[in-house]
Design a protein around this ligand. Sequence first.
Ligand SMILES: *Cc1c(COP(=O)(O)O)cnc(C)c1O
Length: 400
Amino acid sequence: MSSNKRFTKDFTLQEPICDEGIEKALEILKSGKLHRYNVDPGEQGETALLEEEFAAYMGKKYCLACASCGSAMYLALKSAGVRPGDKVLCNAYTLAPVPGAIENAGAAIELVDIIDDYTIDLTDLETKAAAPDTKYFMLSHMRGHITNMDRLMEICHAHGLVLIEDCAHTMGAFWDKKKSGSFGKAACFSTQTYKHMNSGEGGLLVTDDPDLIAQSIIYSGSYMLYERHTARPDMDVFESLKTQVPNYSCRMDNLRAALLRPQLKRLDIQCDRWNKRYLTLEQGLNKIKGITCPPRNPKENYVGSSIQFSLVNQDEETIQTFLGGCLDQGVELKWFGNKEPVGFTSAYSSWKYFGELPYLHNTRRILAVMCDMRIPLTFTLDDCKFIIKIIADVAKTVLK
Ligand SMILES: *Cc1c(COP(=O)(O)O)cnc(C)c1O
């Protein structure tokens, strides 16, 4: 009987903001003091507190809260020294804000291929890193897939690459007990609604580099009030920079920070909850003929807030029929192989503003059959089992 029932839950519905966050937000609204620098002498605003707490969570010295992860990435690139015309390496499987941040910094993107487990092709990286004019590398842990970071760091060190990590999907994740986002010179996180903490919009930048964070703080629009930051280096670091670095106005405000602080306390618990759902889905999907979830490296301690799988050897028409069949039953899957950019499934072929980009055979082949599903925490484990049943039924009739 249940196979005739549709799945009716919403794939984009997050859990509500917790009471502690709502109460604090109301307090701030009543005070009118939403701007991060609108604090009394000696008072630490919510934004400064969030920065301290996130730096501590990450085991990093410094943190800056920004308007978005995209703006954090842009500030990180600028503060790391990227100048117009510089080349920035980036894995070709990522989301539009990543190439957007590179373009915003005036840089040229050099795409690096991916391999069948959706992570960056380290052989291609090594070849491209060897070019004498290549110094910067934006690594996007896209959809939470973490490459072999030991090997990746060897390549960065051997070729003097400055690494910036895009951790929009790896907040709370590890590679071999070391936090994702603690490998590079800087790392950027998103607190946009569909990521691991939700403030509507928002980004966090962490680093141990005093010069980089001082620049980022000034770039973010500190109006010479950087003293009010508490996850920052000594004031003298700002002296030589304060008139050299422009204000790009991409701050976070106290209201968002107030929503995030209690979420940070619960982040690790939430990550476990995601992984329970992920494992249920992964086990189920791997039992379905025609569907493959590539094995993940045991050292990769990911956060399963979404799941990807490949419909290996299926043609475009079959994939479309499969996706349509699942959608009819209420199961909303995204497809990275779409010719036209739809929703969040942007492929690098839609970044035409960079001009001609190279044809990456493996990336094209892999994205052409890759599907993507969100796993909101509003889904129960039974929901996950129900979804598997629907997908299995559709696969049985549609896939070859
Ligand atoms: C969401 C996302 C970003 C950017 O986050 P915003 O806060 O929306 O700017 C960056 N990279 C990846 C992989 C993302 O999914």
